[in-house]
Design a protein around this ligand. Structure first.
Ligand code: HEM
Length: 225
């Protein structure tokens, strides 16, 4: 326990916490995408899937119990991820309180430089998203239990779809750099693997962002109605 606490105080420890909590959030993003793609199977199957999330684990668990366990794990991961990110940011500011007059950026990428702001934007997006599809406050015609209707009602308005598509692109950049640097933190950076680490991270991020984007695009194009 003592060793864990002192690890969490070091920058390397915080990076490990970021990598592990990021992996949990990443697994959610992948699972959520696979679930959301069921929207292409029609209203009945998509709504049955959403209902299944609440009844999974029966009869050992009551309605919604496993879902709440997953929500708590997700929330703990999110808090740990943000906490570790803030810790690493503060440590790098303390190490160099004066900004660089000239920063040679050839060793970094756009994705790497936008990680902090990207994280803030994704957080704001999730708050908006919960108000849209979970609480229904921002949904034009929210019907509890009818998730198919709720998704289509929102995405039929192009500004909402545009915000979602922009958020998914930001998410893609974040996942790209996150996957790349998490693999480095977890030790996957020796010369032979290093070369295809970037390609692998780009492919994963592209599939995730592209997969999510198909949904608002399909609604706007009239494929989903
Ligand atoms: C096209 C993109 C997306 C669609 C259509 C979509 C759809 C939905 C729907 C319908 C719900 C409510 C589910 C229910 O009440 O049963 C939901 C919940 C949620 N979504 Fe998404 N989502 C999308 C992208 C994302 C992304 C990229 C993230 C994370 C970065 C995300 C995070 C969440 C979270 C945290 C919840 C709440 C889960 C819960 O507490 O039950 N979503 N989403």
């Amino acid at each position: 326990m003592r060793r864990l606490l002192s690890l969490s105080r070091s920058v390397v420890g915080k990076k490990v916490i970021m990598a592990v909590s990021g992996l949990i959030l990443f697994l959610f993003v992948v699972g959520h995408l696979l679930g959301n793609l069921k929207v292409f199977e029609g209203a009945e199957k998509f709504n049955a899937y959403a209902e299944g999330l609440r009844t999974v684990g029966a009869p050992f668990f009551g309605r919604g119990q496993l879902l709440w366990i997953a929500r708590i794990a997700l929330l703990v991961s999110l808090v740990a991820h943000v906490w570790a990110a803030l810790g690493v940011t503060l440590a790098s500011r303390q190490a160099r309180p004066v900004g660089y007059r000239y920063l040679e950026t050839s060793e970094t990428t756009y994705a790497a430089r936008t990680m902090r702001w990207g994280g803030v934007l994704i957080f704001l997006y999730v708050v908006y998203h919960l108000l849209d599809f979970t609480f229904g406050r921002l949904n034009p015609s929210f019907e509890p239990g009818n998730v198919y209707h709720n998704v289509l009602a929102s995405f039929a308005r192009w500004p909402v779809s545009a915000v979602y598509i922009a958020a998914m692109l930001v998410l893609g950049l974040h996942v790209y750099h996150g996957a790349w640097s998490a693999l480095q933190t977890l030790g996957w950076h020796r010369p032979p693997t290093d070369r295809w680490r970037r390609g692998f991270a780009a492919a994963v991020a592209g599939v995730i962002a592209g997969g999510y984007i198909t949904i608002p695009v399909a609604v706007l194009a009239g494929v989903l109605r």
